[in-house]
Write a protein that binds this ligand. Structure first.
Ligand code: GSH
Length: 254
């Protein structure tokens, strides 16, 4: 059994999609990131970076004691190795996949997070929206570049890493599928990316992808008061060294 430390966000969906694709049994352990579960000692022992997702595999590849892994890219690489699926075994094929996995981790995920922050989330956090303009230009511009990178790649190949569906698609799709809702919000503004749109539909039609994306979707249905919403936002968007230090010290002592 694999425990998945999880909250229903794009980074969480990557893992549940892969587990559903592989038919591996898993148990969701909720990490309410607005409520501060990522700073709990038990979680920091698994993930010192106070970010979900993370996993504990109680029957790890190669046997032995349970292992824990954080960072969604590392988790998908592990699950691909354990299952023997969705990553070719030959060196050229394997690195064709891994370069796109790392591309997503270093580019699409962080840039979409930042673009969404400046375009949507931060509006309620500043007194004057013009303060957001530079951040919007910087990060929406780079997301637009990355959508172009994907569209060009997908104009030549059915999937991101080539002819076969792989963890490169599973890691990129949960973010890319939000492009129209978060970034290209004007009707028709994704029309310039026909190959990306075709891939979004093809991957989204897979039953395992639907199940993985639906996993734990009831977890964040709680309605909060405006004050509670503000406290949850403050916790997520005002982190410094000071906010993790106390939790880290407690984790080390425990
Ligand atoms: N690079 C990490 C990013 C994970 C990440 O940013 N997770 C967010 C939710 S999508 C989180 O746990 N945030 C908690 C926080 O900001 O304190 C990965 O891909 O695993």
């Amino acid at each position: 059994m694999i425990d998945v430390y999880y909250w229903p966000t794009p980074n969480g969906h990557k893992i549940t999609i892969m587990l559903e694709e592989c038919g591996m049994p898993y148990k969701i352990v909720p990490v309410d990131i607005g409520g501060g579960d990522q700073f709990k000692v038990e979680f920091l022992r698994i993930c010192p970076n106070n970010r979900m997702p993370a996993i504990i595999d109680h029957a790890p590849l190669g046997g032995g004691n349970p292992i824990s892994i954080f960072e969604s890219g590392a988790i998908l690489e592990y699950l691909a190795e354990k299952s023997g699926k969705f990553m070719p075994k030959d060196i050229a094929g394997k690195y064709a996949v891994l370069q796109w996995v790392h591309w997503q981790m270093a580019n699409l995920g962080p840039m979409m997070g930042n673009a969404n922050h400046f375009k949507n989330t931060a509006k309620s956090m500043v007194d004057d929206e013009s303060k957001l303009e530079y951040g919007q230009r910087r990060f929406i511009g780079d997301v637009d570049r990355l959508a172009g990178v994907m569209d060009a790649q997908l104009s030549a190949h059915p999937y991101l890493a080539g002819a076969e569906y792989s963890i490169a698609d599973m890691i990129s799709w949960p973010w890319a599928v939000l492009l129209d809702r978060l970034i290209y919000t004007e009707p028709g503004s994704m029309d310039g990316f026909p190959h990306l749109k075709r891939w979004l539909e093809t991957v989204g039609a897979r039953e395992a992808v639907k199940r993985g994306r639906a996993a734990g979707s009831d977890l964040n249905k709680t309605k909060f008061t405006p004050e509670e919403e503000k406290a949850r936002r403050d916790l997520l968007y005002n982190q410094t060294n000071a906010s993790v230090r106390a939790a880290r010290e407690a984790a080390l002592k425990a």
